[in-house]
Design a protein around this ligand. Structure first.
Ligand code: GLA
Length: 388
């Protein structure tokens, strides 16, 4: 891919790239919609991701091109005008990153050219947006020799989502894209940002990624709505409890205080946040003990909670996950990421992968009208420089 990208770079910008980088996508093993509730998440970076090449310019022009959005052509704007612009489509992610790096005091004093190409399916809940944000941050760090730490790039990437794009997401995606490590998942406490690496080792089992191939629609407004619902539920619980996030509650304490939340929908949202957080800790323990059966059961419970209590699944994700759960050799399956559409994951025996794909494809295509896709990818590194 890099060879063809280099040729394209020279055609587009009439010069050679000076730096190159790769930023992965991610799956989340378990811990969904817990990161903006101060809970735990358990994601891993994958070897699918976004590649980028960059060179400095002498003027103040920023010129961006994506091989994934050829119809958009070269998107050009000035270093001196970094406002969100809907017409700049995908380029708003890098633009937000440039703006916030500058505002944080990092010296980006000339324009530059960037070419990107990704192999993460877009809108598939595998974090293609965090990938492009972190890629941009890393390319600029290399190009301008910025003394910026990974954690700050992660925080700036989240700020792009929250304050530039308008999605009030948590920190999980940027964190794992920034900190991922080959063959390791990360158990992250989003309240403290304490984290540690956990071998993503499942014995005779592997993680299969299953794509609904349904594009997310209205997902951003529904996502923000869930956050508001959780905040309202938290405020009600705070009448009696001294907590600052739903993630601070254990299931027992929550169950004793449910009378504080009369609204049935708010109650279900909060119950998901609390029980999902408990499941992450149990899943971590199950993995430490190589109890893959227990781990798989927690994946199933997570999906059920996201379906019934949090209502972020939908027919496509339910059909994928629930069909996979019934296949012989599958220990568990659940949606991954924000939900609404996108991907699910299944923990499947190495020798049952084909059976999983066949059975799920048949039932899914019959019910939904088109086929899902499957990916078997390794757990890989976080954002990094690569040789030009
Ligand atoms: C999206 C957000 C994350 C997280 C997940 C749901 O991926 O970007 O911060 O909230 O949804 O777990």
């Amino acid at each position: 891919m890099l060879t063809s990208m280099k040729a394209k770079f020279e055609t587009l910008f009439h010069e050679q790239p000076e730096v190159a980088a790769f930023a992965p996508g991610r799956i989340n093993l378990i811990g969904e919609h817990t990161d903006y509730n101060g809970g735990y998440v358990f994601p891993a970076a994958i070897e699918l991701g976004t590649y980028g090449l960059a060179s400095k310019r002498e003027d103040h022009k920023i010129r961006l091109y994506s091989n994934n959005f050829e119809d958009s052509g070269v998107i050009e704007f000035s270093l001196d005008d970094l406002q969100f612009n809907a017409a700049h489509s995908w380029a708003n992610y890098p633009k937000g990153m440039i703006k916030f790096l500058k505002e944080a005091g990092y010296s980006i004093d000339t324009g530059f050219n960037i070419l990107v190409e990704g192999n993460i399916p877009n809108g598939a809940s595998l974090s293609s947006s965090a990938s492009i944000e972190m890629l941009t941050g890393w390319l600029l760090k290399s190009l301008f020799d910025l003394q910026v730490e990974r954690l700050e790039l992660i925080q700036l990437g989240r700020k792009v989502e929250n304050q530039f794009i308008g999605v009030n997401s948590g920190i999980m995606d940027q964190f794992i894209v920034g900190m991922g490590r080959k063959d390791q998942a990360i158990l992250l406490d989003t309240a403290t940002l304490d984290y540690h690496y956990v071998p993503a080792e499942f014995g005779d089992y592997v993680i299969s990624i299953m794509n609904t191939n349904k594009r997310r629609e209205l997902a951003e407004s529904k996502y923000n709505e869930r956050l508001e619902e959780c905040q309202k539920a938290l405020a009600l619980l705070q009448q009696e409890l001294d907590i600052t996030a739903l993630g601070h509650l254990d299931t027992e304490t929550f169950n004793k205080h449910t009378y504080l939340i009369e609204d049935e929908i708010l109650l279900r949202r909060a119950r998901h946040a609390v029980t999902e957080n408990a499941r992450v800790k149990q899943a971590y323990e199950a993995l430490e003990q190589s109890d893959f059966t227990a781990f798989g059961k927690l994946l199933n419970d997570s999906h059920a909670s996201l379906k019934e209590d949090y209502e972020v699944t939908g027919t496509e994700l339910d059909t994928l996950a629930e069909t996979a759960q019934q296949v012989e050799g599958v220990l568990g399956a659940r949606m991954t990421g924000a939900g609404f559409a996108g991907c699910a994951i299944a923990l499947v025996h190495k020798e049952r992968i084909q059976q999983l794909e066949e059975e799920v494809t048949q039932i899914y295509a019959n019910k939904i009208g088109y086929a899902p896709s499957f990916y078997h990818v390794n757990i890989g590194d976080g954002v990094k420089s690569i040789e030009v």
